[in-house]
Write a protein that binds this ligand. Structure first.
Ligand code: FAD
Length: 308
């Protein structure tokens, strides 16, 4: 079964995990009853795994994806980037994915490692990577591409970014997976705008669960330039840890109470996002699971993404 077949029939839901960075993380990910087991039990339509662009962990998502493929219970989706990759290297790595039962790919430009101004590879944009994969591998891969509801941080305008999304469609992409966007009104404007621009691809919305103040601010502002809408900003302010979320000096019990209260309100915010996106008629909800299955299990059940 391919993602493109599923979305013809119904809305899907999926998870994103990242490659474990330590032996303890690997144990947590792969053991019986670990992250992959627990997430798979929820019967997602696919699980995607990130690709560390540059640096030591580049391209090491194969172990996670192989594990998912061998389990045979859901579709493994490989994130893949242009960073540091040549045509020949890409061909060889993609052949390895296919040999290991991985035939879905999220084709990305990739986040530039700190200090890099170029991809350092043969391709500079995701449009080129999509074209290369489609031309080299025909229909062997189902190809997803990134969409940025607020416009990519480096784009000169939202309109330019949407034009490049259309180019990814023209080059052979099959569906869009979006960047996190806490601002539901902006998402709706973008969703209308891409349809007007002729982007007909199915859209699977990336939803970052709001669980922790520091992580929420970090995800929005460290790389992506995402807006924090007033409702979310108020939740953050109500549970602010003084004087600084990163170096708190309140007493332990008070900090715990605030963190728990923030998580509760954050979960409720995330559920409202899922409701809103489903009502807009998106093709899927992609939960950034962050290798934490307790919170996403609750979200999946309470949102009704899986039926009891
Ligand atoms: P592109 O579509 O190439 O766009 C990059 C910028 O260039 C944009 O500003 C765009 O407007 C502009 N542009 C695009 N095409 C052209 C063109 N032909 N000419 C001029 N300008 C152009 N990063 C990782 O490193 N690893 C991951 O695993 C990872 N997973 C992700 C998962 C999801 C669901 C999403 C949405 C993003 C993920 N990213 C990941 C982040 C992504 O790599 C970054 O956002 C990156 O900076 C841009 O990637 P892109 O594919 O959107 O790039």
């Amino acid at each position: 079964m391919r993602v493109t077949d599923i979305v013809k029939k119904r809305m899907l839901f999926s998870f994103e995990v990242f490659t474990p960075k330590t032996p303890a993380g690997e144990e947590k990910m792969f053991r019986e009853g670990g992250v992959l087991d627990k997430l798979t039990e929820l019967q997602p339509d696919f699980i995607s795994c990130t690709y560390g662009a540059g640096g030591q962990r580049a391209g090491n998502n194969l172990e996670v994806l192989k594990h998912i493929a061998l389990g045979g219970r859901t579709i493994p989706v490989a994130h893949y980037t242009c960073i540091g990759n040549t045509r020949e290297g890409i061909k060889a790595e993609l052949e390895t994915y296919l040999e290991n039962g991985v035939d879905h790919i999220l084709a990305l430009r990739g986040d530039m490692p700190y200090g890099m101004k170029d991809t350092g590879g043969d391709f500079h944009y995701a449009t080129e990577l999509v074209k290369y994969i489609r031309t080299t591998f025909g229909d062997q891969f189902t190809i997803s591409v990134a969409g940025s509801p607020e416009g990519h941080i480096a784009s000169r305008s939202l309109e330019a970014d949407i034009a490049f999304l259309k180019a990814k469609q023209d080059n052979g992409a099959d569906y869009v997976t979006t960047q996190l966007c806490y601002d539901m009104e902006q998402f709706e404007r973008w969703f209308d705008a891409i349809r007007k621009a002729g982007v007909t691809l199915p859209v699977v919305v990336g939803v970052m669960p709001v669980l922790d103040i520091g992580a929420t601010i970090n995800m929005a502002l460290s790389r992506n330039g995402c807006a924090l809408p007033r409702e979310l900003a108020r939740i953050i302010s109500r549970h602010w840890i003084f004087p600084n979320v990163y170096a708190p000096n309140e007493d332990e019990a008070e900090i715990r109470r605030k963190k728990d209260a923030f998580t509760e309100e954050g979960m409720a915010y995330t559920l409202r996002q899922i409701d809103k996106y489903r009502a807009l008629g998106v093709n899927g909800i992609h939960l950034y699971a962050l290798n934490k299955y307790e919170a996403v299990t609750r979200l999946v059940k309470e949102s009704g993404l899986i039926y009891p």
